[in-house]
Design a protein. Sequence first.
Length: 113
Amino acid sequence: MASKNPVYLSETLRNTLTRLRQLNTQDIQSQWNQTLTDIELSSIFNPSADKHWSTALLNERHHIAWERGLKVLWLYQKVTVPTDFYGYPLAGLTLRLALTWWAEDAQIYVDGV
């Protein structure tokens, strides 16, 4: 039975919206690989270059931190976007990657560009 409230949502729709809100953000912070070696960009996309990389350690604030003083830190992560996410199709949707850092310079490469 529908409520007189114009914003009435069925229980199924409320449950679906709640589930979608829980899925809209994924924490991938612990999946970063890092190297302190200043390597060539081309070697990042070379599968045999894995020897340069280790899993980035997170501090107590869940951040990746490194030494001050113009030190180089390369971070690398492969993100694969599936065609659906928990049964919800992703075609036509936008993927946003939010990055925050406190550094003098930062460069971001996607698919080698």
